[in-house]
Write a protein that binds this ligand. Structure first.
Ligand code: ZN
Length: 642
């Protein structure tokens, strides 16, 4: 790969307007000198993502991500820095003078290499499918043919066959890929790698005797695979695990082939199986993508949004899936579904196919025109969800009527003040006027005013946004306690741990009671060595230490005796373990503080400006501290590996 000169990078930066780039995939709202949006990199309902147009910088107060226009594109498109520069240069019509001749070649980024190895695997699987005399490959060919996928279809989609038995690994090694690249791309694994760190054992192909569907990113690079068993067997579908380049909550199958058509037709159709997507494309409906073993997520929607569809149609087979979609609909009802969103407006729609047919069965039995007709008849997601909710109550019973009304208006809570919410109030009033019982639209509007947005997932009645989310992390509470105990035991036993980590250990928020009491002895605030320990480098006389400690903090010996880690004489191992736990605790504590501060910021409209600014500044500082901490932790890990 060639190197991009810093002059070129600056030219591209100057030509790339962060606001314009971001507004292609986000709904930006002015707020003072800044622009706000719901963050594309974590799930949220209240905007904590901000752009400062003057500085050309962005920052999210929810997840701590931030940076310039290049960082934004890196995260959004999941590419390395050079690719982000190329993408933006392309958009701006700037020709990069990449130094292709002499000069030191910049090494390819790791992500880039992972895509290379996936592309190579895709070629290999495809050749196996098309040419191998192996009976497994023959079975794969006839399976695909039986589903209407002849050799032309296999070629167009580069479908493949994974023979297993180490054949892929042997092939990739011959091509010069390293063990780490093959493992990191999830094309193979070693047993050893599961036991921590090293992956030196023999590599085993991850996929064997399966029909392979390559999953590509928008640029057409292979990033993962879906493997289907031939005939019977479990699991029926096996996808690549999450890797650096593959995230099943944001990657979509066929996005590379559908992207232009989605933009040209201003329409995207989402199905739930690869074969459904292929069948639709082959029938000439080519703005179709498939999710990969998950339901549609906000991240998927963001990926689609940048292709500028006016409508996203979710195509379901059967009623169960439809019900699930209705339940999850609330996740997708945000500002972007309102006309006020302007160019970022997206109409979410739903189609449920009749007779429990899946899209592939439907399109192959009824044909393209019938499918197009079904798509044209798609129902708006909001209406669909409102209907489902109203239908689950008896609208003739007075008590149930009020519950039904509440359930219906809750769907509109995040878009209360929009024109579309107004329209749907009329719709709900109409729907609720049954058998002589009338429902006035003003009643619906009053209910809507009181309605609170639901958060996806936790939708229990009464879980209002203003409730203090206390005790949110019970699972990790016990982990915090365990880490603290282990850390104290290590610090007591190994002078190296105590010396090296003193500053970081003092920064830990020790839990009240035994942990805090022991910590006060080990790391006294006067900076002394505590307990009269003198440095030394070996392993201490632990029994003596414990006894001394016990006399000052009764009960401490029993407390420490249940610590489980035992690195023996290996001081370095003890230090490593202590590092990991120490960082984990401090990072977790920072995250929690940031979360608490952000809760205060949520009501930014009602906060006095000065107070808002103070908290805002505090959060920014904390997030910087958190980033530094993560960096240090990463660096430590790298040092250790090296
Ligand atoms: Zn965020």
């Amino acid at each position: 790969m060639a190197r991009i000169s810093s002059d070129d990078i600056e030219r591209v930066r100057a030509a790339s307007d962060l606001v314009a780039i971001a507004s292609q995939s986000l709904v930006l709202k002015p707020s003072g000198r800044k622009l706000k949006a719901c963050c594309p990199f974590h799930n949220e309902k209240t905007p904590s993502f901000q752009i400062d147009p003057q500085l050309g910088l962005w920052h999210c107060f929810g997840c701590g991500e931030g940076g310039d226009v290049f960082d934004f594109v890196c995260r959004m498109e999941n590419v390395d820095f050079p690719d982000a520069v190329r993408l933006l240069a392309d958009k701006a019509g700037i020709e990069l003078e990449e130094d292709r001749s002499g000069g030191p070649q910049a090494p390819k980024g790791h992500k880039e290499r992972l895509k290379d190895v996936c592309d190579a695997a895709c070629d290999f699987y495809h050749r196996e499918l098309m040419r191998s005399p192996d009976p497994g490959a023959a079975a794969a060919r006839s399976y695909l043919a039986s589903r209407g996928f002849g050799s032309a279809v296999c070629k167009r989609w580069k479908l493949g066959y994974a023979p297993g038995r180490g054949k892929l690994v042997a092939h990739l090694k011959k091509q010069g890929f390293t063990q780490a690249e093959i493992v990191d791309a999830n094309l193979a694994y070693t047993y050893e790698s599961k036991q921590g760190g090293k992956s030196m054992g023999p590599l085993r192909d991850r996929f064997y005797e399966r029909v392979m569907f390559p999953i590509r990113d928008r640029a057409g690079r292979t990033v993962a695979f879906g493997g289907r068993v031939i005939g019977k067997g479990e699991p029926k579908y096996l996808n690549s695990s999450e890797t650096l380049i593959f995230h099943k909550s944001s990657n979509l199958f066929a996005i590379d082939r559908a992207r232009n058509s989605i933009t040209n037709n201003a329409r995207a159709v989402v199905v739930e199986g690869y074969t459904d997507a292929i069948a639709m494309h082959e029938a000439g409906i080519d703005y179709v993508v498939a999710t990969l073993g998950t339901a549609l997520t906000q991240q998927h929607v963001r990926a689609l949004r940048s292709l500028r569809p006016r409508e996203i149609i979710y195509l379901f087979d059967g009623d169960n899936a439809g019900q699930k979609a209705a339940d999850r609909a609330v996740e997708f009802i945000d500002q972007s579904v309102t006309q006020e969103a302007g160019s970022a407006f997206i109409d979410f729609k739903v189609v449920i196919l009749p007779d429990n047919q899946d899209p592939m069965e439907f399109v192959s039995s009824k044909g393209r025109d019938a499918m197009l007709q079904a798509l044209d008849g798609a129902v708006p997601l909001i209406r669909f969800a409102i209907d489902r909710r109203l239908d689950s109550w008896d609208l003739n019973s007075p008590e149930q009527r009020s519950l039904a009304l509440q359930a219906a208006v809750e769907l509109l809570a995040t878009i209360k003040t929009s024109i579309i919410a107004e329209d749907y109030c009329n719709y709900i009033a109409d729907r609720m006027s049954v058998r002589g019982r009338s429902c006035d639209v003003s009643t619906v509007k009053a209910a809507l005013r009181k309605a609170k947005p639901q958060t996806a997932g936790a939708q229990a009645a009464g879980s209002g946004a203003d409730q203090q989310p206390r005790g949110m992390m019970p699972a990790s509470d016990s982990q915090i306690a365990r880490y603290q105990r282990e850390l104290l035991a290590l610090a007591l036993r190994y002078p190296l741990v105590q010396d090296e980590l003193r500053a970081d250990l003092s920064g830990i928020d020790w839990e009240a009671g035994m942990p805090a009491a022991v910590a006060a002895q080990l790391f006294p605030s006067d900076g002394g060595s505590g307990l009269g320990f003198e440095g030394g480098t070996g392993v201490r006389d632990v029994a003596g230490m414990v006894a001394a400690l016990e006399s000052r903090v009764p009960g401490s010996s029993r407390y420490l005796s249940s610590a489980q880690m035992d690195p023996g004489d290996d001081q370095a191992a003890a230090l490593q373990a202590a590092w990991e736990m120490c960082f984990a605790l401090r990072i977790q504590a920072l995250e929690e503080t940031i979360r608490q501060e952000n809760l205060k910021l949520r009501d930014w409209n009602s906060l006095p400006q000065e107070e808002y600014d103070t908290i805002f500044q505090h959060v920014t500082d904390l997030q910087k501290e958190l980033r530094d901490m993560r960096l240090r932790a990463d660096r430590k890990r790298i040092e250790r590996k090296g």
